[in-house]
Design a protein around this ligand. Structure first.
Ligand SMILES: [Zn+2]
Length: 180
């Protein structure tokens, strides 16, 4: 299990890493994202991260990349567990103060750096939390088919008893034939 993936730093210093255009690629166990797993039905699995720090032409420090994970949630319609594959592209702009945040050009998603360093898992966790549906539900088809299945299951019991009744005369005929 260990050593399969490149190690990601626990803490990152966005400004320093942006200066050397650090590329981060690796995984973080879902278990490390406490706020996220509160919203999930399973804490098993990993989050895959492929992202790069940079400084853009507006001198804004950015983290740009992709996050992938397979989350499990409870469908709020049928209350069964559902798989939710998450694959999202993100771009975050790091600012050191509210004032800097206000000066950001339009279209940036701002993140405030509290200290010089931040927990990488916190940054990634926030992005996933934003991507989670407020009311998780199966895709229309898969969820309703499960409901129809259990409903028609009750119907099948009735038709089964009819089938048994219909079968009985045949059994009697068959036994009469063999008797002769
Ligand atoms: Zn469902």
């Amino acid at each position: 299990m260990s050593g399969q993936h490149q190690r990601l730093p626990l803490q990152v210093d966005p400004i320093r890493l942006a200066a050397r255009e650090e590329h981060l690629q690796g995984t973080i166990p879902l278990k490390q994202m406490k706020r996220l797993i509160n919203a999930l039905s399973s804490n098993e699995g990993e989050v895959f991260i492929d992202a790069e720090f940079s400084v853009d032409m507006n001198r804004v420090v950015l983290l740009t990349g992709q996050i992938k994970t397979d989350a499990k949630l409870i469908c709020q319609r049928c209350m069964r567990e559902m798989d939710l594959p998450i694959a999202l592209d993100f771009q975050l702009a790091f600012v050191r103060s509210e004032a800097e945040m206000e000066k950001l050009p339009e279209g940036y998603e701002a993140t405030l750096i509290d200290n010089t360093t931040m927990m990488l898992s916190d940054i990634i966790e926030d992005e996933i939390l934003l991507a989670l549906p407020t009311i998780p539900r199966h895709l229309d088809d898969s969820c309703s088919s499960e409901i129809v299945e259990s409903w028609s299951g009750e119907q099948t019991n009735e038709t089964n008893t009819e089938d048994v009744k219909r079968d009985n005369p045949f059994d009697v005929l068959a036994s009469l034939k063999t008797d002769k």
